[in-house]
Structure formats: structure tokens, C-alpha cells
Write a new protein. Structure first.
Length: 285
């Protein structure tokens, strides 16, 4: 057997699985987006740009995609603000506390995202829900805040669901950082805040950017959390595609929305990856 062909033979099963599970459905969805549809005849296998023209020509779709990108961006910023310090504290801990708190951070990933979102729905629901009652009792608010069926509620729930991914990405980057570098900066007279900003942060920034890519992609394509917390009155791209597929049965329009979301995510992720590679080159050259 040719040794040069061995890596290709070993990767062939995974490649076939990836092709069958990912590439073929994506290709079929893209083709479906160019089909016509009518209420009487259903899907009409004739090439048309009607669905794409409808999406690009209707401000309704612009608003939904803008809300999707805005929500994903805010969730990414929140997880970075809270997740990066959490990963730093976790990295400074000693055994057995590090393992215990790492388990606490990863525990939400062991629970279904639907169960976690339903928990937030119970906390958010109504004026007598736990969060509003607590805020009212502490005197932080004068009137109950509506969390259910609002963008604020979706952002809070998504941030809780996705923050472990940011913590893991930053913590992985911190594993490559020699703690003596920070100690050396402190010994040379740098205040703790300056040592964190000038020494630690530039070296863990690739981890923050990697976590941001993961969180952004998951937040922009999330379905369960926006569907439960946002409901039918607060649509994002994923819930819009779901409604077009299963409620109105306009599969070509739903395929157009799904394909456009995929194209936008791929473009953003590729651009962010180039930024990360450039950052790695600056830090580790």
C-alpha cells in the first residue's frame, strides 16, 4: 500500500460522513431555494429568483436578520466580558478547587438546552416571577420588567447557555501562558491591572476571538432559546425558517432564509478566522 495514500484512506470514512450529513443537505437546501411555490401546487421544481428577490426586497426580512446579528453580537460581547475573567480565575485556582469549579462551568452543557431555556422561562414568566419579585424586593426597579417575548430575555438566556464555550476557549489559551511572565511584570513594578492589560490580555486574545467565533455562530443559528423565550412575536432567522418550513409550508422561502443565514455566518467566521491568524502571528512570532 502506498504510504502517501494512507492518510486519505484513513480520512475517507469521516469525509464520506461529512459529505452525506452536511454537504449534501446544504446543497439540496440551496437548490430548493431556487424553486417556485404556490398555495395550490406546493413546491414547483422550476428555476426562479422570486424567493431571493422577496427576501432582499422586503424590509420585514431585513429587520429579522438585523435582529439576529444584533442579538448574536450582544451575546458574544457579554460572554467575553464575563467568560474571560472567569477563565482567568479558573486558571489561577489550585487543585481540587479548579476541578470543582470547572465542573460547575461545564455543568450547563450536560443539561439539554431546552431544559435550561424552560428554566429561564419560569424565572422570566409574568410579573410575579422570581426575577421580578427579587428585583422589586431589593428596590432596584419600581415596576416589573417584561423579559418574556423580548430581545432582552433572549439575550440573557443565550448568554447563560453559551458562556461555557467562551470560558473553555479562553482557558485553553491560558494553558499556553507561562504564569511567570505575569509575575515578572509584577516584579518589575507593573501594577496588577497593567500586567493584565499589557501582558496577559494580548496573549489570550486569540482564545477570546476563537470563543467569540463559536459563541457568535451558535447564537446566530440558535433555535430553541429564541423560540421559547422570544415566542412567535420575536422572530430571528432560525425561527423564521422554521415557520416557513412547517407552518406556511413554503419550503423554498424557508430554504432561502436558511441559505442566506449560512452564507452570512460563513463570511463572518472566515473574516474572523483571518483576524485570529493575524493575531496569532503577531503574538507568537
Amino acid at each position: 500500500m502506498n504510504r502517501r495514500a494512507l492518510p486519505y484512506l484513513l480520512s475517507a470514512p469521516a469525509l464520506l460522513l461529512f459529505t452525506g450529513v452536511v454537504l449534501v443537505p446544504v446543497a439540496m437546501t440551496t437548490v430548493l431555494s431556487f424553486y417556485d411555490w404556490s398555495m395550490t401546487r406546493g413546491i414547483i421544481p422550476e428555476f426562479t429568483l422570486k424567493n431571493w428577490q422577496e427576501v432582499f426586497g422586503d424590509p420585514y426580512f431585513y429587520g429579522i436578520f438585523l435582529r439576529t446579528l444584533r442579538t448574536a453580537t450582544i451575546v458574544t460581547v457579554i460572554t467575553a466580558v464575563f467568560g474571560a475573567p472567569e477563565a482567568y480565575v479558573l486558571n489561577r485556582m489550585r487543585a481540587p478547587w479548579r476541578g470543582l469549579f470547572l465542573l460547575i462551568v461545564l455543568a450547563p452543557l450536560l443539561i439539554s438546552v431546552v431544559a435550561r431555556t424552560l428554566g429561564w422561562a419560569l424565572l422570566f414568566g409574568g410579573q410575579t416571577a422570581l426575577i421580578n419579585k427579587s428585583l422589586l424586593a431589593l428596590g432596584l426597579i419600581a415596576t416589573p420588567i417584561p423579559f418574556m417575548f423580548t430581545e432582552t430575555g433572549v439575550i440573557i438566556a443565550l448568554s447563560h447557555v453559551l458562556i461555557p464555550f467562551m470560558v473553555l476557549a479562553v482557558w485553553t489559551a491560558l494553558q499556553r501562558l507561562d504564569p511567570q511572565v505575569e509575575n515578572a511584570a509584577r516584579s518589575l513594578g507593573a501594577p496588577p491591572a497593567v500586567a493584565l492589560y499589557r501582558v496577559v490580555l494580548p496573549q489570550v486574545m486569540p482564545g477570546v476571538l476563537s470563543g467569540a467565533i463559536i459563541v457568535f455562530a451558535l447564537a446566530a443559528s440558535a433555535f430553541a432559546t429564541p423560540a421559547i423565550i422570544g415566542g412567535r412575536r420575536l422572530k430571528v432567522a432560525s425561527t423564521l425558517a422554521y415557520d416557513e418550513f412547517l407552518n406556511t409550508l413554503n419550503w423554498p422561502l424557508g430554504a432561502t432564509v436558511a441559505t442566506l443565514l449560512l452564507i452570512a455566518l460563513v463570511a463572518i467566521i472566515v473574516g474572523a478566522n483571518r483576524l485570529i491568524e493575524r493575531r496569532y502571528a503577531q503574538v507568537f512570532q
